[in-house]
Design a protein around this ligand. Structure first.
Ligand SMILES: C[S@@+](CC[C@H](N)C(=O)[O-])C[C@H]1O[C@@H](n2cnc3c(N)ncnc32)[C@H](O)[C@@H]1O
Length: 290
């Protein structure tokens, strides 16, 4: 369901006159799921007049567009690695819609049912991956290193890791284990983009907000989101020799001229800094040995 909601966000983004990213497959993935959730797939002329149930998801789409573009740009920046691992790939269609250097391969990890659903819809659309795609059905709440190695991950090959929209759904222990596995499996020259999880204190205010969002959208976020204090990817990766850069949401809003808002025109004052439910991003590099 969360993968579907994000795909709906990309479908909406694709229809905006000022779209930051275009995902020509997102709407078909949402339609293919025949979900009884009322997921918007089009940016309306007046989003504030959209049905109340759709407004939280339209607002979320303003963020999903920003995050999609930021990660697309990171992936396509030099030096592009020939091996990419997408943890919690969901209905991400980067292997189909981006240009990949010849010889690239991408390993996508997620639950089997999510990966199988995506493959079936993409086959129905006659869409072909633009690189060598390897799907790795895995429970990322458990150690996944062996599944990745068995699927053909090459631990000598500098690798780009994408961790987008996954960490908030893992317990703090599983987040820590996942980040440790990334560090342990990465040869020098590897890089990563990580969307941070924000701590969700178990206060009545937070619970009430999650209940309200769940009631509005039909997405049971209060059950899905992990509650504990997330580990800090920067501390963990720097201790393993990586160099890290933080990208708070306001920085991305300014870079791409996007406001996370249904009402503020892009490029104007609202910069997303009010939205404390977003943790920002970390990009990281493991320097090549001299
Ligand atoms: C919010 S979606 C994001 C998907 C994708 N990264 C994107 O941005 O479109 C979260 C994804 O994490 C996956 N996920 C959550 N917990 C998982 C687990 N324990 N094992 C494998 N996948 C998991 C879900 O199945 C879902 O596809």
């Amino acid at each position: 369901m969360t993968a579907l909601a994000v795909a709906a966000g990309r479908a909406v983004e694709t229809t905006r006159p000022d779209a930051l990213a275009a995902d020509p497959f997102a709407a078909a993935l949402v339609a293919g799921a025949r979900s009884n959730l009322d997921l918007p797939t089009v940016w309306p002329a007046d989003p504030t007049a959209a049905p109340a149930l759709q407004q939280p998801l339209l607002l979320a789409s303003t963020y999903i567009g920003l995050r999609t573009r930021f990660i697309d740009d990171f992936l396509q920046s030099e030096p592009q690695d020939l091996q990419t691992v997408i943890l919690g790939a969901g209905l991400d269609t980067r292997v189909y819609r981006l240009k990949w250097p010849p010889g690239s391969r991408v390993l996508e990890l997620d639950h089997a049912n999510v990966l199988e659903f995506k493959a079936a819809v993409m086959e129905g659309l006659s869409a072909k991956p633009a690189c060598h795609l390897i799907t790795v059905p895995t429970d990322l709440a458990q150690p996944w290193e062996n599944a990745l190695l068995t699927a053909g991950y090459d631990r000598q090959q500098p690798t780009t890791w994408i961790i987008e929209g996954l960490l908030p759904y893992l317990s703090a222990d599983a987040q820590l284990a996942t980040l440790q596995e990334v560090a342990a499996l990465s040869p020098s020259g590897s890089r990563a983009v990580i969307e941070r999880a924000v701590p969700l204190p178990a206060t009545e205010e937070v619970e009430a907000k999650l209940r309200e969002f769940s009631a509005q959208t039909g997405l049971p976020m209060s059950e899905l989101l992990a509650r504990a204090n997330p580990p800090d990817p920067v501390r963990l990766l720097e201790a393993a020799g990586w160099e890290c850069r933080e990208h708070p949401i306001p920085e991305l809003c300014a870079r791409y001229g996007r406001a996370i808002s249904l009402t503020t025109p892009d490029g104007l004052a609202s910069d997303g800094s009010h939205d404390r439910s977003r943790g920002g991003f970390v990009t990281a590099w493991l320097p090549r040995r001299a």
